[in-house]
Write a protein that binds this ligand. Structure first.
Ligand code: ADP
Ligand code: MG
Length: 342
């Protein structure tokens, strides 16, 4: 076969293979877009585990009529314009690929109204042949993205979908992770028309603990130690389980770098090491940790789904986390979050 440039839809479908693994990945990308648009309230409506319908409605900045088509185009983003921007990312998105990828494997409708536009407009793209149709619509300030029939045109992908219940569990987990990182945003989740989660805005410590408790369970809240540690441009905040309550299994291992959920070996290692003298081999510490790092010091462009980061000074970050947790676990300081706030 001679070398040829792939048609745009096929190129997008290939890219979708990296970003859109299952309905939960669509939900993650869309919520991240809403957060990047400054939304303070996000409704997530799911039908049949997201395989039938995913609709995300936000009250963010919205997208102007003449930008709607661009929003769906590949490599089109409002978040970076230069390499300098890429080296200091604060937004969750920057690749300009999510909407193009999702629309290439679903029937996608984007409805939006920015504050300064009198009427809302809607763009529709099906299987994404690159011609988007626009029509007027009704919508308050913000955007709604509706994704129908995910993978309807990619049967190989569709085959890998699990049961409705399993797919919904993945979606619920994505929302828990994001809701932990954004106490300042309200999240409402419905499945098949029934509301399953409602995380209200948490402004004070008590409300934060309520959300933490709703997501991680009240026992974690009463058994965790609060940590808040700063050094130069590094910061670590959050909750770690007190050593006497560590168990052999936990699902509570949430770590964020500049607001982005991560699974990172270096961070895990530092946490593990901090607990080493307190716990046995088989025990696994539970934690919810938010790391802040100068965005110039971390590369987020490592993985298409952005699950990984690279720290420029990894040893420094490692030791910082180790020290932060060690100091929080020092016996004199061990005091449950629960007691702290009584
Ligand atoms: P990225 O997030 O990497 O920029 P996306 O494909 O996810 O790429 O989105 C493309 C663009 O569409 C974004 O840069 C943004 O300008 C716009 N956009 C997407 N979703 C929303 C939203 N919910 N509210 C406002 N703008 C949005
Ligand atoms: Mg995005």
């Amino acid at each position: 076969m001679p070398i040829q440039i792939l048609p745009p839809q096929l190129a997008n479908q290939i890219a979708a293979g990296e970003v859109v693994e299952r309905p939960a990945s669509v939900v993650k990308e869309l919520i991240e877009n809403s957060l990047d648009a400054g939304a303070t309230r996000i409704h997530i409506e799911i039908d049949k585990g997201g395989t039938k319908r995913i609709a995300i409605r936000d009250n963010g900045y919205g997208i102007a009529k003449d930008q709607l088509e661009l929003a769906l185009a590949r490599h089109a983003t409002s978040k970076i314009a230069s390499l300098d921007d890429l080296e200091a990312i604060m937004s969750l998105g920057f690749r300009g690929e999510a909407l193009a990828s999702i629309s290439s494997v679903s029937r996608l409708t984007l409805t939006s109204r920015p504050e300064n536009q009198n009427e809302a407009w809607q763009a529709y793209a099906e299987g994404r042949e690159m011609n988007v149709s626009l029509k007027p619509a009704a919508h308050p300030r913000g955007s709604t993205l509706e994704v129908l029939d995910l993978f309807y045109n990619t049967p190989a992908r569709r085959k890998f979908l699990r049961t409705e219940k399993t797919e919904f569990t993945h979606i619920d987990e994505v929302i828990r992770r994001i809701a932990l990182a954004r106490f300042d945003v309200e999240f409402i989740l419905t499945h098949n028309g029934k509301q399953t989660r409602h995380y209200r805005v948490a402004n004070n410590e008590k409300q934060k603990q309520q959300r933490l408790s709703a997501i991680c369970g009240s026992s974690f809240v009463s058994q965790a130690v609060h940590i808040d540690w700063q050094h130069d441009s590094l910061g670590i905040e959050g909750w770690v389980i007190s050593p006497s309550h560590v168990q052999t299994a936990t699902e509570i291992q949430y770590c964020y770098v500049n607001g982005r959920m991560m699974r990172d070996k270096l961070i895990n290692h530092a946490i593990r090491q901090a607990y080493q003298e307190h716990i046995g081999q088989q025990q696994i510490p539970a934690y919810v940790l938010f790391l802040t790092v100068d965005p110039h010091q971390v590369d987020v462009n490592v993985h298409p789904a952005k699950h990984e980061v690279r720290f420029h000074q990894s040893r420094l970050v490692h030791d910082f986390i180790y020290q932060g947790i060690t100091s929080a676990l020092t016996p004199a300081d061990i005091q449950s979050v629960h007691e702290e706030h009584q």
